[in-house]
Design a protein around this ligand. Structure first.
Ligand code: GLV
Ligand code: GLV
Length: 330
C-alpha cells in the first residue's frame, strides 16, 4: 500500500513539516513541473488523500482510478479544476483555500490596473530599448485612475478586498453581484452602487472581474459585453480565463472598442492568444494572483489542515461540498 496522501507538486517546506508533525505519510511528485496526466492517474490509485493544484484536472477518470480516495484538498481558492458534483456522489470531500490569498489576489489586480492604465510594461520596454530621449509632453500617455469609476464584477471576498483599495484613489464604485451588500456599501467611504452588468460595463472606466468560474460565468464577458464598454475603458481579469471570450477580447483591443486589458488568467493556460502578446495595450502576467512567499505558504498550510482534520475524523474547515456529512463517530 502506498503512503496515504499524494501531493502533485513541490510546495513550501512548512507544508511538509506540518504533515510530518501530524504523522501523516505522503509522497510528492518530485519534479517542479505540472504532473503528467498518466503519472497522476497512476499515483492516485490506493491513495486516501490528494493535495492538488489548479492545473490538475480532477475529473471522473481520476476518481475512477482513485478507488480509495476520500478527500481532495485543492491548493487554490477556485476549484473549477475539480468535478465537485462527481466527488460528492462518490462521497469524496473537497476543500479549497479561501481567505488566505484574498489580499495577495486583490493587490495583484491593482498592480494590473495601475500597470495597464499607466502603460508601465510598455514604457519599461521602451526605456530598455534605448528609446528614451528625454521628457516629452505627449510621451506614453495613459489613463487617470484617481477619481474615475471602477466596475467590480463579483463582490466575494476578493472582489471586496479589491474594491476597498479603490477608496485610496477616491473612485466611484459600481458593482454587479448576485446580492446587494449593504454592509460593504456603508463601509465604503465614496459613492458605491449595485447595478446590473450592462449598466456597469457602459459606465465604468475600469472593469475588474472577481467571479468564480462556473457554467454561468463562462464567457460572461464576450463580444456584446465588450462592445458595451467605453472606448477609454480597461478590462482587468484576475479571476479565471474562460470568464472572458479571449478571441472577442482580441478584436475589442485591435479595433479599439476598449483601451486596454490587464490579464493574469487565460482561456487555455498556459496558451495565450498570440495576438494578445503582440498588442501593446495589454499587460500579461502568468497567473500570479496568489504568488507571494507568505501567501503560498499559508495556502499550503490551509490545504494540509483540511487533510489533517479529515484524517482525525473532523470536518475539514474549508469543505467545498458542504452536503458531505461528517458524523463525530467516523
Ligand atoms: C488561484 O487562482 C486560486 O484560485 O487560488
Ligand atoms: C473568491 O473569489 C473568494 O471570494 O475568496
Amino acid at each position: 500500500m502506498p503512503n496515504r496522501i499524494f501531493i502533485t507538486r513541490m510546495l513550501p517546506q512548512p507544508v511538509f513539516d506540518r504533515l510530518d508533525e501530524a504523522g501523516i505519510a505522503y509522497d510528492v511528485y518530485p519534479k517542479d513541473e505540472i504532473i503528467p496526466r498518466d503519472v497522476l492517474l497512476r499515483e492516485v490509485r490506493d491513495r486516501e488523500g490528494l493535495l492538488c493544484i489548479l492545473t490538475d484536472v480532477i475529473d471522473k477518470e481520476v476518481f475512477d482510478r482513485a478507488n480509495r480516495l476520500k478527500i481532495v484538498a485543492n491548493y487554490a481558492v477556485g476549484y473549477n479544476n475539480i468535478d465537485v458534483a462527481h466527488a460528492t456522489r462518490r462521497g469524496v470531500a473537497v476543500s479549497n483555500t479561501p481567505g488566505v490569498l484574498t489580499d495577495a489576489a486583490a493587490d495583484l489586480a491593482w498592480t494590473l490596473l495601475l500597470a495597464t492604465a499607466r502603460r508601465v510594461v510598455e514604457s519599461d520596454a521602451y526605456l530598455r530599448a534605448g528609446k528614451f530621449e528625454g521628457w516629452g509632453p505627449m510621451l506614453l500617455l495613459g489613463r487617470d485612475v484617481t477619481g474615475s469609476t471602477l466596475g467590480v464584477v463579483g463582490l466575494g471576498r476578493i472582489g471586496k478586498a479589491f474594491a476597498q483599495r479603490a477608496a485610496a484613489f477616491q473612485m466611484k464604485i459600481l458593482y454587479a453581484s448576485r446580492r446587494r451588500d449593504e454592509e460593504f456599501e456603508s463601509s465604503y467611504p465614496g459613492e458605491i452602487r449595485r447595478v446590473d452588468l450592462d449598466e456597469l460595463l457602459a459606465n465604468s472606466d475600469f472593469v475588474s472581474l472577481h467571479v468564480s468560474l462556473t457554467p454561468e460565468t463562462v464567457h460572461l464577458i464576450g463580444e456584446k459585453e465588450l462592445r458595451r464598454m467605453q472606448p477609454h475603458a480597461i478590462l482587468i481579469n484576475t479571476a479565471r480565463g474562460p470568464v472572458v471570450d479571449e478571441a472577442a477580447l482580441v478584436r475589442a483591443l485591435k479595433e479599439k472598442w476598449i483601451w486596454g486589458a490587464g490579464l493574469d488568467v487565460y482561456e487555455e493556460e498556459p496558451h495565450v492568444h498570440p495576438d494578445l502578446i503582440s498588442l501593446p495595450n495589454t499587460v500579461l502576467l502568468p497567473h500570479l494572483g496568489s504568488a507571494t512567499t507568505k501567501t503560498r505558504t499559508r495556502m499550503g498550510l490551509m490545504a494540509v489542515e483540511n487533510l489533517i482534520a479529515f484524517f482525525e475524523g473532523r470536518r475539514p474547515p474549508n469543505l467545498v461540498n458542504e452536503e458531505m456529512r461528517f458524523s463525530s463517530s467516523r
